[in-house]
Write a protein that binds this ligand. Structure first.
Ligand code: GL1
Ligand code: MG
Length: 217
């Protein structure tokens, strides 16, 4: 085990909940049904693809021009940025800061593989940026999760082989991306949401270097 590559939203901090709320408000203004079960399909998916899935659910895929869609995506992002503006270091999920500290002390690489364009801002607000050897630049990624590209790029940036990496995710698309990259996948959530994961934890409080080393194969 030479590196751990983290998802952000729902793994490092509970911003998955804020994305849910911001997409929910947008869907409500469009009169499109939106619930937690449907939201599972959006987790880990880029802003524009998420919007496309919501519009498709409302049978409105061709109702908006490219400009209109950009405006709708911007509306969601404005609401989301309002929600994350108050983030502080206290919003790091349980177990994550101790794990990052243990990894750094053990000289194990640390990378971020988030589809969010707000990722760098959030790491700064949480005062976690200094732990990361690589924050993958999502604007340079051609294929989003479930494609493995973002995790593979994290491994390249850290100079390690995928087989020596652990990926940690809370989204089905993310688990698929980690496995597609040939890495060991840790899912945070319920086993039914984390199909294909090598191990599943209910919460991040269960994560530690010792625990990862005990399961890594
Ligand atoms: C985008 C989507 C979010 C979420 C993240 C990945 O973030 O909009 O709903 O799927 O990717 O966790 P952002 O809008 O911040 O680029
Ligand atoms: Mg996530």
């Amino acid at each position: 085990m030479k590196a751990v590559i983290f998802d952000l939203d729902g793994v490092i901090t509970d911003t998955a909940e804020y994305h849910f709320q911001a997409w929910g408000s947008l869907a409500a203004t469009l009169g499109i049904p939106f619930d937690r079960e449907f939201n599972e399909q959006l987790k880990g998916i880029s802003r524009s693809e998420s919007l496309d899935k919501i519009l498709a659910r409302g049978d409105r895929s061709s109702a908006y021009s490219a400009d209109d869609k950009q405006e709708l995506a911007a509306q969601k992002n404005t609401e989301y940025q309002r929600l994350i503006s108050a983030l502080t270091p206290a919003d790091v999920l349980p177990g994550i800061r101790p794990l990052l500290t243990e990894l750094r002390e053990a000289r194990i690489g640390i990378a971020l593989a988030s589809a969010s364009k707000n990722a760098a801002f959030i790491l700064d607000r949480l005062e976690l940026t200094h732990y990361f050897g690589s924050v993958v630049d999502v604007t340079a990624i051609r294929h989003g999760k479930p494609d493995p590209e973002i995790f593979l790029t994290g491994a390249v940036n850290l100079g390690v082989q995928p087989a020596d990496c652990i990926g940690i995710e809370d989204a089905q698309a993310g688990i698929q991306a980690i496995k597609g990259a040939g890495m060991f996948a840790v899912g945070v959530g319920t086993p039914s949401q984390m199909q294909g994961a090598d191990i599943v934890v209910a919460t991040t409080a269960e994560l530690s270097l010792r625990m990862l080393e005990a399961h890594f194969i």
